[in-house]
Design a protein around this ligand. Structure first.
Ligand code: 0L1
Ligand code: MG
Length: 266
């Protein structure tokens, strides 16, 4: 993450953070930042916007609950035309309980992704091997991420999507399982109303979701974030994201880990 672009002033970072925060709260998409003259941010400034937007949520009483890795599988990267992994921040306000319902109207254009999650038991930061990163893990679970770009038409550059907290919007966690569960090649099936819409393997997540966990530690160190005990790390999608519509019942089954799901109100 080394670029030489001049840092934008804090007031500008805060203005962009508010623009994206408003778009999220009102479920009203805004044009891509990079589509405007002088709008393209450096990647460092994009992470500063992300941090500032999360602080707006925390000011409203939300609390940090973890992080997410994005664009970690070939299928996801190809779907969006953006090929670098990205890092976003989760809050408790984004948590959807397993089996609960959400309203489609509360989002701009929501999609879901088949993922796995790690629960941390100790602080984690810096350059770690996947095996070293795993020593910080209390448990693992099947997880669904609800992503929702705050940009019109779900279109963005790498910097745009980082500023928009990598489209983080919601997450649903299944039952926690032992941290020594072999996560290297677990079959994953995402179903809408009982019909498979995506099939994948945990191996599609950077070759092994443990690599994505280690990447989260590196991103945290590079973006000035801190991974705390009790934090969730969403490892990233094993397959392409699928658009939600009202009346859909979503279920993800991960081999050896079980199922998790939620409903979209009709
Ligand atoms: O979690 C993800 O892989 C999403 C990262 C951002 C790109 C997108 O919104 O699809
Ligand atoms: Mg994701």
């Amino acid at each position: 993450m080394v670029t030489k672009a001049k840092k934008r002033p804090a007031a500008e970072i805060n203005r962009i953070a508010k623009l994206l925060d408003d778009a999220q709260r009102k479920a009203k998409p805004v044009p891509q930042l990079s589509s405007k003259k002088g709008g393209a941010l450096s990647i460092e400034d994009a992470y500063r916007v992300q941090d500032a937007a999360i602080k707006l949520r925390l000011k409203r009483g939300d609390t940090r609950s973890g992080v997410k890795m994005g664009l970690t599988s070939r299928a996801k990267a190809a779907q969006m035309g953006v090929f670098d992994p990205v890092y976003g921040r989760l809050t408790t306000g984004m948590l959807v309980q397993d089996g609960d319902s959400i309203s489609h109207a509360g989002y701009c254009h929501p999609r879901v992704e088949a993922e796995v999650a790690y629960l941390l038991k100790s602080p984690m930061s810096g350059r770690l091997s996947p095996a070293e990163a795993m020593t910080h893990v209390e448990a693992v679970a099947p997880a669904i991420e609800i992503i929702d770009s705050r940009y019109a038409n779900f279109k963005f550059s790498l910097e745009d999507v980082v500023a928009d907290n990598t489209s983080a919007s919601g997450y649903v966690l299944g039952q926690w399982a032992r941290p020594d569960t072999d996560m290297s090649n677990l079959g994953m099936v995402l179903e809408f109303n009982g019909r498979a819409v995506e099939i994948g393997s945990s191996a599609a997540i950077l070759g092994h979701p443990g690599r994505s966990l280690a990447e989260a530690a590196r991103f945290a160190a590079e973006t000035g974030d801190e991974l705390q005990p009790g934090y969730i790390v969403l490892a990233g999608a094993a397959a392409a994201a699928v658009a939600l519509s009202p009346g859909i019942s979503v279920k993800l089954t991960v081999e050896a880990l079980g199922s998790v799901g939620f409903n979209v109100e009709a």
